[in-house]
Design a protein around this ligand. Structure first.
Ligand SMILES: Cc1cc2nc3c(=O)[nH]c(=O)nc-3n(C[C@H](O)[C@H](O)[C@H](O)COP(=O)(O)O)c2cc1C
Length: 350
């Protein structure tokens, strides 16, 4: 049996596990539904999904399960520090030549999805949980989300960020995103490389400093780690990398294989793919772009999109954005139901 926590009681679920909302087509409706059916809380990565596609994606989940669903919102990261687009594009020329691609036209520069439209689409879908990353959300956004009755989560990567979020008085639960976490960093109050606090230190720090429940995220791959997070006082865990290689994930075999064969020192935080710091499997692209000019998000994402797409089609993991955390090698290639059953047994808190 899974241990009951304030979170499982509040949401009426069996497992204190939230699947992370994930970029790049990893968090499919099939994955979100399977996690929900197995007793956890499934999620779609709605933060960067075109707002007019959100309703259909949610309907695809609801066709499979009535379980509570988690959708996410992201605040636009600060821009302006990145390299000029033309210089960033020139730096990618060798990759385009290797793959026989033309330079994409990124004029005018793409804008991040407008938050208002995302909020409207996310709230319209009436999810049980809404998480916000990348900053302290405007009060109007928090009030709009709260008015739907959703549980409001906001992500902190430092204790200071947690205090800033709790001080709004409008956030129900703080998600502690430790340095180990795969995918985009949610750091907003300091430069991203200063926000790399380990999950263990962060959960304890937030528990001591913030009078809000905490969900632990980052490097949690086993039931033993779930038990440890609950022992630290977390009300639940959010897991991304653990779900990347499961059958229902949108990751193809090349991606899943690269994640499973990455060592704990085989991931790195980089802006190379999107202009936003994110933890990915270290590969040739990351190493070669590390010192090159990198544009802001989302221009860098638009510049690298054709390269990422072609590399995926040609099964070239060395040029793909393989988002994964430091627990990558512990990802399991099994159906979600089997993963959840194994996690429950390992957690062993009946
Ligand atoms: C493939 C992948 C994509 C991710 N995309 C997002 C995202 O779109 N939005 C977000 O808030 N977090 C995203 N994350 C980060 C997760 O929310 C979470 O912080 C992280 O997965 C927890 O650490 P773990 O990967 O070690 O379990 C992503 C993580 C992964 C592995």
């Amino acid at each position: 049996m899974w241990p009951a926590t304030d979170l499982t009681e509040e949401l009426g679920v069996r497992a204190p596990i939230l699947q992370a909302p994930m970029w790049g087509g990893i968090a499919t409706p099939e994955l979100a539904a399977a996690v929900g059916e197995a007793g956890g809380v499934g999620a779609l990565g709605t933060a960067d999904m075109p707002s007019d596609r959100i309703a259909d994606a949610v309907a695809a989940v609801r066709a499979r399960t009535d379980a509570p669903l988690h959708l996410d919102l992201a605040l636009a990261p600060p821009t302006g520090d990145g390299a000029p687009v033309a210089r960033a594009s020139a730096a990618l020329h060798p990759f385009r030549e290797e793959l026989d691609l033309d330079a994409p036209d990124v004029s005018p520069e793409p804008e991040p999805p407008t938050l208002e439209r995302q909020v409207e689409a996310v709230c319209g879908a009436r999810p049980a949980v809404v998480s916000v990353t990348g900053g302290v959300p405007p009060e109007t956004v928090l009030r709009t989300v709260r008015s739907t009755g959703a549980l409001v989560l906001a992500t902190a990567t430092t204790v200071t960020e947690g205090i800033m979020l709790a001080d709004t008085g409008l956030v129900d639960v703080i998600v502690a995103q430790g340095a180990e976490a795969g995918g985009p960093r949610a750091t907003f109050a300091v430069p991203a490389d200063h926000g790399l606090v380990g999950t263990l230190a962060l959960v304890q720090g937030l528990r001591a400093a913030v009078r809000r429940p905490v969900i632990a995220a980052g490097g949690i791959m086993t039931g033993e780690a779930i038990r440890a997070a609950l022992a630290l006082g977390a009300v639940g865990v959010m897991m991304g990398t653990a779900f990347v290689a499961v059958d229902e994930s949108g990751a193809d075999g090349t991606y899943a294989n690269a994640v499973k064969t990455a060592r704990d020192d085989g991931t790195v935080v980089t802006r190379a793919f999107t202009g936003r710091p994110e933890r990915v499997v270290r590969n040739r692209f990351v190493m070669e772009v590390a010192d090159a000019p990198i544009a802001d998000y989302p221009a860098q994402a638009a510049l690298t999109a054709p390269i990422r797409r072609a590399a995926a089609e040609r099964r070239m993991p060395e040029l793909r954005a393989l988002r994964a955390g430091q627990g990558a090698a512990l990802a399991r290639r099994v159906p979600v139901g089997d993963l959840m059953t194994a996690l429950e047994a390992e957690t062993g808190m009946a």
